[in-house]
Design a protein around this ligand. Structure first.
Ligand SMILES: [Zn+2]
Ligand SMILES: [Zn+2]
Length: 305
């Protein structure tokens, strides 16, 4: 029997899940930002201004959904409040209920794994989908991010950081956190503050319809994949012990797990035998080297928290 890992039914909607506007330090208003993204074929933008949970129901129409969110930042103590060597943890929190009106504040949270994990929990308890953002730009590495528990997803690509020169393509960080026991998904985002950051990182969300409720359900269930302009991942399913992935134009496909079990295939489609591992994930590479990434799938044990 065929089991679809990306749902068979529904429509893929292109989403930017991390965005700044004039409500914080972005160059463009929410209305201008909507127009840029809608004109480019996006159906969904999560508005995540710094420390400001601003709802944008006025931006929603039949072809566009504004998700309500904010970006939290928790930094190590630094004289003057800012330095070029300061480590910091940034998290986007996206409300899963369009009627949510308030959000937990990150002010005064200590920069340590326990406090940040407790803050992540408080956001999730308040009904938010929490992403861990751009670890490379944040100067965070293994000792820091391994302490963060309970986030819903990691930004596997943050395009705004990439075009600023930070290599925020974070698949190694993703495997580290997964192997450490975190059951988190992967998203792609622009983190746009201006046009230089537009349209390079996105998440393809498969949902039954373009409504807040349906898209929030797909976020919660991990019914999406991340991309930086890589191949479209059209199907992903298991049948008779074989994992099948179909794309529109991949040059090569990588299959990764928590173990020393990996595979490589040339071409736009690939099949891999199901074996014993905690998780697997797929990276599809396009003709130009750009990637799309599925989230990790946990097939055998350990449910997501
Ligand atoms: Zn940030
Ligand atoms: Zn940001």
């Amino acid at each position: 029997m065929r089991k679809y890992l990306l749902s068979e039914s529904g429509t893929f909607y292109r989403a930017n899940l991390h965005c700044h506007t004039t409500c914080s330090d972005g160059k463009y208003t929410p209305e201008e930002t909507k127009k840029f993204y809608k004109d480019e074929g996006y159906s969904i933008v999560a508005f995540t201004d710094h420390r400001k949970f601003v709802r944008h129901p006025e931006l929603c129409d039949d072809g566009f959904l504004a998700l309500n969110g904010f970006e939290a930042d928790i930094s190590e103590p630094t004289p003057g409040g800012w330095s070029l060597t300061m480590k910091t943890c940034h998290l986007c929190a996206i409300a899963l209920d369009e009627n949510t009106e308030t959000a937990p504040s990150c002010a005064g949270i200590s920069y340590d794994g326990e406090s940040i994990s407790a803050y992540i929990k408080s956001c999730k308890d308040a009904g938010f989908f929490v992403t861990y953002n751009h670890p490379t730009w944040s100067l965070e590495s293994y000792p820091e991010y391994m302490g963060y528990k309970g986030a819903d997803a990691l930004e596997i690509v943050n395009y705004g950081c990439v075009v600023e020169g930070f290599n925020d393509r974070n698949d190694h960080c993703y495997d580290d956190m997964l192997r450490g026991g975190e059951r988190l998904f992967a998203v792609g985002a622009d983190d746009n503050h201006n046009e230089a950051h537009h349209f390079g990182g996105y998440t393809m969300i498969k949902a039954d319809e373009l409504t807040y409720e349906a898209v929030a359900k797909s976020l919660k269930e991990g019914n999406f994949y991340a991309s930086e302009g890589g191949p479209k991942i059209e199907e992903l399913y298991i049948e008779d012990g074989i994992i099948h992935v179909k794309t529109d134009c991949a040059r090569e496909i990588f299959f990764s797990t928590d173990r020393r079990i990996c595979h490589y295939a040339k071409g736009k489609d690939a099949s891999f035998a199901l074996r014993e591992f905690d998780y697997f994930r797929i990276t599809a590479v396009g003709q130009d080297g750009k990637c799309s990434w599925t989230r990790a799938y946990f097939l055998f044990d350990k449910k997501r928290k």
